[in-house]
Design a protein around this ligand. Structure first.
Ligand code: SF4
Length: 294
């Protein structure tokens, strides 16, 4: 691919990304901070750069996987839906599931992904009668070694030649493709677990786990439930357990975060924080709020 083609693809990715972003914003009524938006766009740009050979070979994109007419342990009807990409080449059919998680996490928790992908494989093979020779996860969350090569505020296709060489070296050691072993022995167990979650939702069981659980290691020798799960949870600002966790934390990050649970934060600071989340200028919002207080 020459540099002109690469620029065209970059523009195309930006256009699609911005279109999707505006659509999701309108649909969900929320937004994200500019840094998070840039990281998301870099994920897409780097996915294309690193895995172009796979992306080019995908023959069926966003293929819906439906498992209807299931029953929960409490007797409720439910169905399971998913989306995968398929590559059909000669006599070979491969199924890919794209996750925004980082590859190291997927590798150390393969069993979690095996459950879901083997369920999709079961639907694909048994219910749709389609052939399948292999499955894999594509983990698009790029590692710290790649992140550290991206200068702050720059997108992956806006680098100087020297910066691009450093990025290229980091990309060479990144392995975002994780093969998953095909095995349908636990499919019924996976369906039952989905059913249990449906029962809890339908029964209104939304109580968070106790503070002790947040402090415990969760599916990792190094990360706690609070770090691995709560940090990615949209409900954490109104969660009593997370509030308790934040208020007793000693790390500077959490101590800073805990301030947002206090009522005595000045309106100017709250406005700045809200503005950052809404993709507006935090500085402008501070100034507006300060003027409003005068
Ligand atoms: S912050 Fe979210 S994930 Fe963590 S305990 Fe509360 S509700 Fe559960």
């Amino acid at each position: 691919m020459n540099s002109e083609d690469a620029a065209d693809i970059g523009d195309f990715i930006r256009e699609c990304f911005n279109h999707n972003f505006e659509f999701l914003k309108a649909e969900g009524g929320g937004s994200i901070a500019p840094e998070v938006r840039q990281t998301a766009l870099n994920q897409v740009l780097l996915y294309w750069r690193k895995l172009r050979q796979i992306a080019d070979r995908v023959t069926d994109t966003e293929v819906p996987i439906h498992l209807p007419n299931q029953t929960t342990p409490d007797g409720r009807a439910f169905g399971i839906e998913g989306v995968v990409d398929i590559i059909r080449e000669d006599d070979l059919t491969l199924m890919y599931d794209i996750k925004t998680h980082d590859a190291d996490y997927v590798r150390t928790h393969t069993h979690l992904y095996e459950m879901q992908l083997n369920l999709y494989a079961y639907v694909w093979q048994q219910l749709r009668g389609e052939p399948l020779d292999g499955t894999a996860i594509i983990a698009t969350g790029y590692p710290e070694s790649v992140r550290d090569t991206l200068p702050p505020g720059k997108l992956a296709d806006e680098l100087t030649e020297a910066e691009d060489r450093i990025l290229d070296a980091a990309l060479k050691v990144w392995e975002p493709l994780i093969e998953i072993t095909l095995d349908d022995t636990s499919v019924q167990e996976t369906i039952r677990k989905f059913g249990e979650v449906v029962d809890r939702i339908e029964s209104g069981e939304f109580a968070p786990p106790p503070l002790e659980t947040l402090k415990e290691k969760w599916q990792s020798p190094t990360q706690t439930f609070a770090t691995r799960v709560c940090r990615n949870c949209d409900a954490r600002f109104s969660c009593a357990s997370y509030r308790a966790y934040a208020q007793q934390a000693t790390g500077w990050r959490m101590m800073h975060f805990a301030r947002f649970f206090h009522d005595d934060i000045p309106p100017s600071e709250q406005e700045g924080w809200v503005a950052a989340t809404l993709n507006a200028s935090a500085e402008d919002a501070y100034i507006d709020a300060l003027l409003g207080e005068e």
